[in-house]
Design a binder for this molecule. Structure first.
Ligand code: HEM
Length: 435
């Protein structure tokens, strides 16, 4: 701690230095700090840096929305950078602003609606697979199935017909390790390098065949230009595509994994979901954006699952400018920790917080607007894929749930694996039946 930092008004906190990462121990540490010191806690990290843990709804909003320009991405993002390069999730300042402006149009509602045929196609493939498992009397590893579903969906949404032509032909899906290997070790870095080579060759071929007509994220990213009319360089394009693949599937996959588990545990909620799907999506031909957007109970169920299990359970930021939070100063260089996981389960905001209850998200519930809820973040850096992922997940449940009942094999709560993403500690197996 420097002299200058000591002069600042700091929130209460422990005297000893505190080690924080993005892992299991960090959750326990943050929860203990909150219990002992309250909603604004300051501490010194072993590297001498000042860190604040902010668990106050208004201050969280202030950091992410109104004062967002005073903060950059924080500790832990170096690890993400190793995997994704300097794409949207990791970049900051002008680099981020330029890329976001170039990419945002690709995520317009109209474009996402055009990708709904891919969502249906991926559900059909799962239905065929699950039908086979039922016929053979085998259980479903829902963790693996939802992961494969979401990975396949994002890859086809990005590469269109090149998915079949260039990616599946590589033998096992060369991107599959991204969902299986959570260690992010050196081996992963080497595999990522190979993927970038594959991506570059697909990009080169696309550019060489300019006459062909494609509708997918790749063609939109290649055509995107900045204010000066400049497109992405090859390196930028690769970083953005890797970012889109990882951002676009792990989060949705983890959410669907939890949703299937929660539904299997709550037959009353399951019944309402099946009724809604049968009413609104009586078959594949009924799938269109208006119908899917009318699936309000399914939407509420997904929102409630994201409350309990927000895939991005911990956000980090670093102040690069002076700020004030509550009655305290934030000196430049302060690390900030915010946890949707903890705030979403804080009792004064969420009564009976551990209970799964989609009614909390009843659209007419006005009080819901004031509750801290940010599974997709808030403000200018809010998730770009939020609408895409809700459509994806509603189509998935709307088409698969009326066909398959999944029975819980193990009443025990699956443990949590807390890394960059929150996953179930072990794969969840369910017993499928055709309805
Ligand atoms: C349930 C699903 C999802 C959840 C919970 C989720 C959550 C998030 C969160 C919390 C962030 C901000 C992270 C931070 O600021 O530190 C983020 C950013 C982002 N997400 Fe998602 N995401 C989901 C699905 C998707 C999908 C399907 C896509 C793409 C198709 C996507 C693309 C992105 C991108 C590009 C960013 C970076 C935005 C920026 O910094 O400008 N996400 N997401």
């Amino acid at each position: 701690m420097t002299e200058a930092q000591l002069a600042y008004r700091r929130p209460p906190g422990p005297d000893q230095t505190i080690t924080l990462g993005i892992d299991q121990e960090t959750l326990a540490t943050l929860e203990a700090l909150q219990r002992e010191f309250g909603d604004m806690v300051s501490m010194t990290r072993p590297n001498g840096r000042l860190a604040y843990f902010v668990n106050d709804a208004d201050e969280v909003r202030r950091i992410l929305v109104r004062r967002h320009s005073k903060y950059r991405k924080g500790p832990g993002f170096e690890r993400v950078k190793m995997l994704l390069g300097n794409g949207l999730i990791v970049s900051d300042g002008d680099v981020w602003r330029r890329a976001r402006t170039m990419i945002q149009p690709a995520f317009s509602r109209q474009n996402v609606h055009r990708l709904m045929t891919v969502m249906v196609e991926c559900c059909d493939r799962r239905a065929a697979r699950w039908g086979d498992l039922v016929a053979r009397g085998e259980n479903v590893n829902i963790t693996e199935e939802t992961s494969d579903f979401a990975l396949e969906l994002i890859l086809i949404s990005i590469f269109g017909s090149d998915y079949e032509r260039r990616i599946v032909t590589q033998g096992e899906n060369p991107f599959a390790f991204l969902s299986r290997d959570s260690t992010r070790d050196l081996g992963v870095v080497l595999k990522v390098r190979k993927l970038r080579e594959l991506l570059m060759s697909i990009i080169d071929d696309r550019r060489g065949a300019a006459g062909e007509n494609h509708f997918d994220f790749l063609s939109m990213y290649i055509k995107a230009v900045d204010k000066k009319g400049e497109p992405f360089t090859d390196a930028e394009l690769l970083d953005e595509l890797m970012t889109l693949i990882v951002a676009g599937f792990e989060t949705s996959a983890n959410t669907l994994n939890w949703v299937w588990y929660l539904i299997a545990k709550h037959p009353d909620i399951e019944k309402k979901l099946v009724d809604e799907a049968a009413r609104i999506l009586p078959g594949v031909s009924a799938v269109n954006a208006d119908a899917v957007n009318a699936m309000t109970y399914t939407q509420q169920t997904l929102e409630e699952a994201l409350r309990l299990y927000p895939p991005v359970w911990l956000f980090t930021r670093r102040a690069h400018d002076e700020d004030e939070l509550d009655d305290y100063d934030v000196p430049p260089g302060t690390d900030i920790y915010l946890s949707p996981f903890i705030l979403h389960r804080t009792e004064r905001y969420w009564p009976d917080p551990d209970t799964f209850d989609p009614e909390r998200f009843e659209p007419s519930d006005k009080a819901s607007k004031d509750r801290p809820y940010f599974p997709f973040s808030l403000g200018p850096r809010r998730c770009l894929g939020e609408y895409f992922s809700f459509l994806e997940m509603k189509v998935h449940l709307g088409l698969l749930l009326p066909r398959f009942r999944m029975r819980l094999l193990d009443e025990k709560e699956p443990g949590l694996e807390l890394g960059i993403n929150l996953r179930s500690a072990t794969d969840i197996y369910l017993q499928p039946e055709e309805r």
